[in-house]
Design a protein around this ligand. Structure first.
Ligand code: NAP
Length: 229
């Protein structure tokens, strides 16, 4: 039996895309929203998309708190919040959970996208401080929501870079990456690596604009099937 996965901010583009792929892989998925009716609507759309593709799925929508209560693994697919207030509000419900931050703190100005300065070092480290009773990892920064949304897109040529301070949690997220893309994630080490992963997304977005594409990340000479030694 696959884990139930909660996706907070599951009504957004990234949350929906990840949920779609996880549900296709057989996970039960619970979308969370600040407005449960929005999550319910998004869940119905995803079920419909999967049913049209002939795939039975278990996708539900509810409040962020109830979604977190329903799952051991919780993806944070919400915008970066400098004050941290939106994450802090979720702390009680996320206690004891494995939390995966997908958050990229990015800014956009006349010169294009850029990584924002985060006092704690990265959004993921900020989340870890705000959620002391959760195990925090970070992943999925470099997958593009439109690519995820189209089930015809083969994402098995893209790496999901996974960081976190708990090796067992990293291993679990690496397996989750395989459920999303068909390719296990890459263990890049401690949570502070998010300081590199998050702003690197600005590079991908800049490339997308210049080349009119959806660039992804692929590390060479890494045997993701064998896993870390
Ligand atoms: N889009 C991508 O391709 C992509 C790829 C990789 C990573 N990311 C990262 O993933 C995260 C989500 O991206 P997105 O494009 O899906 O963003 P989004 O559409 O702007 O937001 C996702 C959801 O977050 C909720 N939300 C918005 N403001 C919130 C707040 N102050 N507190 C709590 N929830 C709030 C909203 O859901 P409700 O209103 O229903 O609560 C919204 O639907 C971002 O941090 C982004 O950097 C995005």
């Amino acid at each position: 039996m696959s884990d139930t996965i909660a996706v907070l901010g599951g009504t957004g583009a990234l949350g929906r895309g990840l949920a779609l792929r996880l549900a296709r892989s057989g996970h039960a998925v619970v979308l969370g929203s600040r407005d449960p009716s929005r999550a319910d609507e998004a869940a119905a759309e995803l079920r419909q998309t999967l049913a049209t593709a002939g795939i039975e799925s278990r996708v539900d929508g509810t409040s962020n708190d109830e979604a977190a209560a329903a799952a051991e693994v919780v993806l944070l697919a919400t915008p970066w919040d400098e004050s941290g207030a939106s994450i802090a509000a979720l702390a009680p419900g996320l206690a004891g959970r494995l939390v995966v931050s997908c958050i990229n703190p990015l800014g956009f100005d006349a010169r294009g996208p850029h990584g924002l300065q985060v006092t704690e070092g990265s959004a993921a480290e900020q989340v870890a401080i705000l959620l002391p009773a959760s195990t925090v990892t970070a992943a999925f920064h470099h997958l593009s929501a439109p690519s995820l949304a189209n089930l015809d897109n083969d994402l098995s040529g893209e790496d999901v870079l996974v960081c976190g301070d708990d090796p067992a949690a990293r291993a679990r997220v690496i397996a989750l990456a395989a459920a999303v893309t068909g390719r296990p994630g890459v263990d890049v080490g401690p949570l502070r690596q998010a300081r590199v992963l998050e702003p690197f997304t600005a590079v991908l977005i800049a490339v997308n604009k210049r080349y009119k594409t959806r660039a992804g990340v692929l590390l060479t000479h890494v045997d993701v099937g064998r896993g870390p030694a």
